[in-house]
Ligand binder design. Structure first.
Ligand code: AP5
Length: 216
């Protein structure tokens, strides 16, 4: 199964992708996480992406399309994947269709997570993640079971993203409205778009997604 999670910054794409991974055995392909890993490794791609990401703007379509195509090739023979943060522009959506057709694959569903803009700002402002395994938490909505200790790996160091500063968040929301939202009619026309209420609790959003995807 191949699915896309679409939604503005802070909508909960990463949170739900992790749950779908566990339940359905699909692999999360987050272009944001891949770019952050490239930055950490000091690669040329990572260096090119750094300033663009920190400013809240989108990295060029060419770089992203090549990066995701390579990752999909590495997954051959698995149960499938969840695209989180890709596609983000109409040219990326068109390139994805071509790429999947060439690989003998197709998209099964595009899940659109809708959330009020005020809620997005609160979610992003309160987000932090484990410095060791990357598990995501929130000061208010999703705290670790024991304060200061990661539920997943037990580490005690946490980080906050540079692009979660309020000035960068404004630019990311603008990029979503102007460059990503135009993808919605593209997928609606293909009959692939399934909206879910991203304002509901994390568990309830998960249930809505499972109702769309069917039994694991
Ligand atoms: P990326 O890493 O993809 O960031 P994003 O799309 O802005 O999304 P986020 O990771 O901020 O949010 P999310 O929807 O995953 O929410 P989360 O689950 O964390 O991209 C970063 C940058 O990389 C881009 O700006 C761009 O520069 C570049 N980039 C990446 N892909 C690209 C592409 N394809 N093309 C070009 N450039 C690209 O949830 C947020 C918080 O809310 C968490 O704390 C969570 O615990 C909490 N939460 C989640 N769900 C709920 C809920 N239902 N109720 C209450 N709290 C909740």
């Amino acid at each position: 199964m191949s699915i896309v999670l679409l939604g503005p910054p802070g909508a909960g794409k990463g949170t739900q992708a992790k749950r779908i991974e566990e339940k359905y055995g699909l692999v999360q392909l987050s272009t944001g996480d891949m770019l952050r890993a490239e930055r950490k490794s000091g690669s040329e791609l990572g260096r090119k992406a750094q300033a663009i990401m920190d400013a809240g703007k989108l990295v060029s379509d060419d770089l992203i399309i090549e990066m995701i195509s390579r990752r999909i090739d590495q997954l051959k023979g698995g149960k499938g994947f969840i695209l989180d943060g890709f596609p983000r522009t109409v040219p990326q959506a068109e390139a994805l269709d071509r790429m999947l057709a060439e690989k003998g694959l197709k998209l099964d569903a595009v899940i659109e997570m809708t959330v009020d803009e005020a809620a997005l700002i609160d979610r992003i402002a309160g987000r932090f993640s484990c410095a060791k395994c990357g598990a995501s938490y929130h000061d208010q909505f999703n705290r670790p079971k024991t304060d200061g200790v990661c539920d997943v790996c037990g580490a005690t160091e946490f980080t906050r993203r540079a692009d979660d500063r309020p000035e960068a968040v404004k630019i990311r929301l603008k990029a979503y409205r102007e460059q990503t939202a135009p993808i919605l009619p593209y997928y609606r026309k293909k009959g692939l778009l399934h909206p879910v209420d991203g304002m509901a609790s994390i568990d309830e959003v998960g249930r809505q997604i499972e109702a769309i995807l069917g039994r694991p």
